[in-house]
Design a protein around this ligand. Structure first.
Ligand code: ATR
Length: 274
């Protein structure tokens, strides 16, 4: 008898993760026999938990808060996009037993924006709010779409400037504070943690008019950033539930070499949120 292939989502806390449900839906849809469960690693015991899991012939894992940096250190090899992101959300055990680390967050966001929503990134003027780990994680795949410009605005301007420097070789990327933002952006992406508390950075009036507004956060109701976009006369606004599903689909593809159809999974999750 062949043992069923094992996958985990690893975080702390992890009980509320939607990843097990998403991957079970992907597995059912593609006819793959896998076992995907949540694993709560001790805050001081990530590497030990992963050693145990992979020694037990675990095949792969998604990594979430607060272990994405530790997962990067844990991997034996990294994809280019994971080293650029400075974080790993997907681990794979290769046939020789070595562990490969990847990051699917950025490609997940880009696919959601470009394919599901049908918004244009190529040649667009893109504004990103925030300069933390979430923003760092998406910059390389975003710049790979060849936007006309990416402007990173952050409360702490020095952090935005560091990011702009670190990614300058990949495309036209600049940095500044919220007060310096000029009008005329086609796509505005919110990656600040402020919206978790229902807050918005101080943005110039009129900025959102005609723009496409994308929030990396999601919720049962339109996020504060989406509401801001609607009040500003945005062309459209969306939350990051699709990014969650698309990053999972990319991990599933890396592990199983099968691309699930994300639309029904997205619909199922949305229905449960409401
Ligand atoms: P994450 O991994 O979610 O990106 P992070 O690395 O702590 O978390 O980054 C949080 C981001 O949200 C930062 O850009 C932070 O701005 P600072 O770099 O100035 O700290 C931003 N942020 C958090 N609270 C904010 C607030 N109340 N107003 C504006 N920006 C805020």
């Amino acid at each position: 008898m062949t043992a069923i292939d094992q996958y985990r989502v690893v975080g702390n806390p992890i009980a509320h993760s939607k990843s097990p449900q998403i991957h079970r839906l992907f597995a059912a849809q593609t006819g793959q026999a896998i076992n995907y469960k949540a694993l709560c690693a001790p805050l001081d015991g990530f590497a030990g938990s992963m050693d145990e899991f992979f020694a037990d012939l675990g095949c792969g894992a998604n990594i979430t808060v607060p272990f994405k940096l530790e997962a990067m250190a844990y991997a034996d090899q990294l994809s280019e996009r994971a080293s650029r992101a400075g974080a790993v959300n997907t681990l794979v055990r290769r046939e020789d037993g070595s562990i490969f680390g990847d990051n699917t967050d950025g490609i997940g966001m880009v696919r959601d924006i470009r394919q599901r929503l049908g918004w244009t990134i190529g040649a667009a003027r893109v504004l990103i709010l925030g300069a933390g780990g979430a923003v760092r994680g998406v910059l390389a795949p975003l710049l790979a779409e060849a936007p006309a410009e990416v402007y990173i605005a952050n409360r702490t301007v020095a952090k935005a400037a560091q990011l702009a420097d670190a990614f300058a070789d990949l495309g036209p990327v600049r940095a500044g504070g919220f007060g310096d933002i000029e009008p005329g952006y086609d796509l505005i992406i919110n990656g600040t943690a402020a919206s978790l508390a229902g807050e918005l950075p101080p943005l110039p009036a009129g900025l959102g008019a005609g723009a496409h507004c994308y929030d990396m956060m999601y919720g049962a109701k339109p996020t504060v950033f989406m509401q801001w976009g609607q009040q500003q006369g945005a062309a459209a606004s969306a939350d990051g539930l699709g990014m969650l599903v698309e990053q999972a689909a990319e991990s599933f593809y890396i592990w199983r070499d099968q691309r699930p159809d994300t639309a029904p999974v997205m619909a199922a999750l949305r229905a449960e949120l409401i």
